[in-house]
Design a protein around this ligand. Structure first.
Ligand code: AKB
Length: 316
């Protein structure tokens, strides 16, 4: 299992927990974390760290050469809500960083690439329930457009140049360790923090907005399982549908309230409601379950138990 790994965007919500897990598996010195900032001190101090702007091809290339990297996880991206505020920046970062890494793989500098896609590739014309792997994808957000186009390029680089690129369409990811930044599904993390800190939460989505979600431990497991799967088993080189749970703000509120009876919620939908309305409610991930035996572990109540227990410790 010898591998030299570079994580670009290691300071982000998924990147930081992925780095910790990969360092556990492959050894600290074999996993190089990189980001444009050094705010996450745990990350910076727990193994090799490089300041890298994901838009800078030469910085990525030099790092790959210096450390003899064979595998890159490209986790840097502007998410759905931020992308609507800064469309050109989202296009620039999300697309150019992907081309940099795919071109390094095409040129033989690296052997394997992981790139996250999202349920944001779907749009209002996509079937909403149990959304299939192959279906109408007409995204209406800049973020969704970058992910849809990125998927096409991943498949193209695989078919045309033999690049071993692997990808998952993440739903909203919930964690007690790291905060998300700039997404539409962020409410499902904020709500737990506010429940513990203030006993109330004002939700920016309406109470019956159902979205696909996943606990972080499942997301990290899925990512590593996919990367460790043998190439012959993989039938999707654009991005795999991936699913665990679906719930509404009302469902998560009730799950928290059954453990914190005084918890209260109000609803004040903002511009993110339109984004949420354009996404599916649930996802059919049969192909991932078949190809590389994907299975999730956390349902809503198991997630609520873990989130509340861990956050109570954190805030005490
Ligand atoms: C977002 O809300 O933008 C992300 C995503 C679903 O990709 N969490």
């Amino acid at each position: 299992m010898s591998s030299k790994i570079l994580i670009i965007g290691a300071g982000g919500q998924i990147g930081s927990e992925l780095t910790t897990k990969l360092r556990e598996i492959y050894g600290q010195s074999n996993v190089i974390a990189s980001d444009i900032n050094t705010r996450n001190l745990e990350l910076v101090n727990s193994g090799p760290f490089e300041i890298i702007d994901a838009k800078n091809f030469n910085a990525i290339k030099d790092c790959c050469k210096n450390y003899e990297i064979d595998t890159v996880y490209l986790m840097a991206a502007l998410l759905s809500a931020t992308g609507e505020k800064y469309p050109m920046e989202a296009w620039d970062l999300n697309m150019n960083s992907l081309f940099h890494v795919l071109n390094l793989a095409k040129g033989g500098t690296i052997k394997k690439v992981y790139w996250p896609s999202s349920i944001a590739v779907f749009g209002p014309t996509t079937p909403k329930e149990f959304t299939p792997q192959h279906t109408i994808c007409e995204p209406t957000t800049v973020y969704g457009i970058t992910k849809q186009v990125g998927e096409r390029w991943c498949e193209y680089y695989h078919n045309k140049y033999g690049v071993d690129v692997r990808s998952l369409r993440y739903p909203g990811i919930i964690s007690h360790k790291t905060m998300p930044g700039g997404g539409t599904t962020d409410y499902a993390v904020e709500i737990y923090h506010e429940a513990i800190k203030h006993g109330k939460y004002e939700c920016f989505l309406s109470e019956n907005t159902s979205l696909p979600m996943m606990f972080m431990d499942d997301a990290i497991k899925a990512t590593i399982d996919l990367m460790q799967a043998s190439a012959e088993d993989l039938t999707i080189r654009s991005s795999y549908n991936l699913s665990a749970i679906s719930f509404t703000p009302k469902n998560i509120y009730e799950s928290i309230k059954s453990r914190i009876p005084e918890f209260e919620i109000t609803y004040q939908p903002d511009f993110r409601q339109a984004i949420a309305n354009s996404w599916p409610s649930s996802i059919d991930d049969t192909i991932a379950r078949h190809d590389w035996s994907w299975q999730h572990s956390f349902d809503l109540d198991a997630m609520t138990d873990t989130m509340l227990n861990e956050l109570k410790k954190k805030y005490q």
